[in-house]
Design a protein around this ligand. Structure first.
Ligand code: HEC
Length: 104
């Protein structure tokens, strides 16, 4: 619950900060596809249109290697996502989640 509140607060105050589209293109598209339509490995579905809060929590869990967050433990290959997210700020994570949510 605490985590969800934190993410919602962040989402509301960080609209202007980071450019999700640019970040996504540079950092995520190679594996997840230009429009987040691709599956990076077997069993991981496309990210496009995903719930903003869920995406943000998942990305943050990879960044922080937080094993208590569900999606992190869903798959076995976590190093790639750790490397891709290690230096992301909270604003950047929210911007990415919003951008991905808007993709179809
Ligand atoms: C080098 C390839 C690669 C890059 C670059 C990459 N990812 Fe991933 N991503 C993966 C793989 C592989 C998984 C599955 C990881 C696992 O086993 O947990 C994954 C999983 C995810 C998941 C969880 C999907 C699910 O349904 O469980 C999200 C969300 C995600 N990535 C977002 C991003 C974002 C945002 C970026 C850019 C900052 C990014 N990824 C960059 C390969 C990549």
């Amino acid at each position: 619950m605490k985590k969800i509140i934190i993410v919602l607060v962040l989402a509301s105050i960080s609209l202007m900060a980071a450019d999700g589209a640019k970040l996504y293109e540079k950092r995520c598209a190679s594996c997840h596809g230009e429009k987040a339509q691709a599956s990076p490995i077997n069993g991981v579905s496309a990210l496009a249109g995903g719930d903003v809060t869920e995406l943000a929590l998942t990305i943050r869990a990879y960044r922080d290697q937080d094993k208590e967050v569900g999606p992190y433990t869903m798959h076995n290959v976590n190093q790639m996502m750790k490397d891709s997210t290690a230096d992301l700020s909270r604003d950047q994570i929210v911007a990415l989640a919003k951008y991905i949510n808007g993709l179809k």
